[in-house]
Design a protein around this ligand. Structure first.
Ligand code: PLP
Length: 365
């Protein structure tokens, strides 16, 4: 009866599959304080509207954009849908298409479906990044958007963003970078992924993933404010006159917690977290490889390894929250809540279960 009151929220210590994490304490506090505000109605809730402008300015710092425009979305899904919407509405074509690599997030399939654009999915190269030749072949006069992924969901790969942006430019299309997960770790790597590295037009970058903000806090950034105008609709009953978001009423908690997390952690806290997460991923990859599992080398803090299905299932029964890639590999995301200690106990369980289950050493999926 009092289910919500009695249930304990789940702990994070065995969660190895999530792209979200425990919010930073300052982010949790800010979320609670702004829970009852609605940035969708900025005339009535001006404080949270101001915080949202601050959030966009901070996201601009993270993503290398000097005069950023955008808003705090419900997540990467909304940001991706809106990026496709901007490109579609800006295109002259009557049958606009979007070109994306096979590693593109499924939210872009939703976007194509909702917005009625053709999605052209192109294959990856041997490093699981967008194959540039395939992208060039797929792009034509009807292409409204070329998508690059900076931190792919399955393997953490970063597409060649400057090259993709150049292809988009040449064909008169926009370029969108999906950095929903990777955006808060990539500033500390050598990858070219940001607005500062390439003429990227729009970006998805989520504070509620590596940014350690509370859900819901996604980010849509656009290079020029004019691109956001493509989304604006009139809002007759609100004090403000137009709205660019997909949602109407939305949570001020996400906005406030995003600001709190970024003010606390950008850049040093995020840099230190990146180092810890990457060291954990490298360590785990080494442990799995030394046991004979085929490991996909982590380039961002995400490890995939071929583990036999019975062993995978046995680990799940131990309470480990783990997920699979489309190819069936074990996939572990080294989020901030994933400590070395928890990975060590995961490996201890793995060794014990391997012995007990008599499972073959090398996974074959
Ligand atoms: C998680 C993710 C998304 C979707 O974001 P949500 O916040 O879950 O809506 C989109 N793209 C990438 C690369 C992601 O990792």
């Amino acid at each position: 009866m009092d289910a919500a009151r009695e249930a304990e929220p789940q702990e994070f210590d065995r969660v190895l599959s999530s792209m979200c994490t425990e919010p930073h304490p300052v982010a949790r506090d800010a979320a609670e304080r702004f829970l009852a505000t609605n940035p969708g109605d900025p005339g009535t809730y001006p404080q949270v509207a101001r915080l949202e402008r601050r959030a966009i300015s901070l996201l601009g710092d993270v993503a290398g954009l000097e005069a950023p425009a955008g808003y705090v979305a419900s997540g990467g899904t909304e940001a991706n849908i809106q990026a496709v919407r901007i490109a579609r509405d800006r295109a002259d074509s009557r049958r606009p298409n979007v070109v994306m690599p096979d590693s593109g997030h499924f939210s872009l399939r939703k976007a194509a479906d909702v917005l009625g654009v053709d999605l052209r999915v192109v294959p990856l190269d041997d490093e699981r990044r967008a194959d540039l030749e395939a992208v060039r072949r797929a792009v034509d006069a009807d292409t409204a958007l070329v998508v690059g992924v900076a931190g792919s969901t399955e393997y953490g790969r970063v597409d060649p963003i400057p090259e993709l942006a150049a292809i988009a430019r040449e064909s008169g299309a926009l370029c969108h970078v999906d950095a929903a997960w990777g955006g808060f770790v990539l500033p500390f790597t050598d990858y070219d992924w940001s607005f500062a590295d390439a003429p990227v037009d729009t970006m998805a970058i989520d504070p509620h993933k590596m940014g350690q903000a509370a859900v819901p806090a996604g980010g849509l950034l656009v290079r020029e404010a004019a691109l956001l105008d493509e989304l604006a609709v009139d809002t007759p009953y609100l004090e403000s006159t137009s709205q660019a978001t997909l949602t109407g009423t939305r949570s001020g908690a996400g906005v406030a917690s995003a600001v709190a997390a970024m003010e606390e952690l950008w850049p040093d806290g995020y840099a230190a977290q990146y180092e810890r997460s990457m060291a954990n991923a490298t360590w785990l990859a080494g442990e799995l490889a030394s046991r004979g599992f085929a490991v996909v080398e982590p380039t961002l803090p995400l490890v995939a390894a071929a583990v036999p299905a019975p062993l995978f299932d046995a680990l799940r029964e131990e309470g480990w929250r783990i997920s699979r890639t489309a190819a069936g590999e074990l996939r572990i995301v080294c989020m901030p809540h994933v400590t070395r200690a928890s990975l060590e106990s995961f490996v201890v369980d793995l060794d014990r279960l391997r012995g007990r289950e008599h499972v073959p050493l090398v996974g074959g999926e």
